[in-house]
Design a protein around this ligand. Sequence first.
Ligand code: DAH
Length: 338
Amino acid sequence: MKEQIEAIQSEALAQITAATDERTLDDARVASLGKKGSLTLVAAGIKDVPKEDKAAVGQLLNAARTLITAALEEKQAALLEIADRAALAGIDVTLPARTLHSGSLHPLTLIRDEAIRILRRMGFALADGPEIEDEFHCFDALNTPADHPARNEKDTFYFDSGKLLRTHTSSVQIRTMESAKPPIRIICPGSAYRRDEIDATHLSVFSQLEGLYVGTDVSLPDLKGTLEYFLRELFGTTTEVRFRPHFFPFTEPSFEIDVKLTVKGQAPRWIEVAGCGMVDPAVFEAINTSRKDNAFDPEQVTGFAFGMGLDRLAMIRWGIKDIRLLIENDARFLKQFA
Ligand code: DAH
């Protein structure tokens, strides 16, 4: 048995020395130490060894196993080093690493989130509505007559089904009032679509933020105070805000809001950022008809509404001259907001 063990040992060591990769090394391990390996099989025969020889044979077996195991580990480390060296061959490890650019939020997302934060602090909750709308929610219920220019096929994207891409987020006012009763205080940021000629200040898809507040004694001073406070929170406490009388079918009276933009080295100028007004009683009537109740009794409730252009707010905030930069995804532009 002693000779057998020695033979196995030298055969195994020779195989290990000859191994050229992990595979052949593993073959060598299995051949000697594996479940059916030569040493394992011999070790199983120890039960037939005479009692007085058992200890000596056992020692021999252990010594052989220890020797083979050590040789396997040593060879494995050597093979690994060779593999590492081969993997690095031709690579200049002294070259500077490639920079991984980390992403950042888009300016429209930044301004939208900031606007939401301010308005939520004032008690406005987030509302939502579909971008593919019907004429009722986008126009009729908002007191916009069939011959209003905004409903023209030249200005609005219509589907063959008669549905359309909402031209403003004001449709969410209607959807909200259809499903909730006063008091209502909601905002809805979202996309709106128009067939505008694309230039430095117009896109065919843009971002708005709609607001609606309906209660028992909501007044024009509430509207002014809310929006002035909002714009000063956003642009700074000294921001000058101007309410200019205007016309919207769904509010009466209606205003456009301008913010005075002062850029160093440029003459100050007023930039239009929003439309707003007191909800026209005709809108409440349309809602009541749609709801089949009188939850928005024009004798009981009043409200104000506003719709802001988020792209405009971003342009003012960061002095962006061309609105197209906001959709072009040019990394040189976007990384300035990182
Ligand atoms: N929907 C208008 C637009 O897109 C903006 C607007 C004006 C929204 C007055 C309002 C409002 O809620 O009361 O031009």
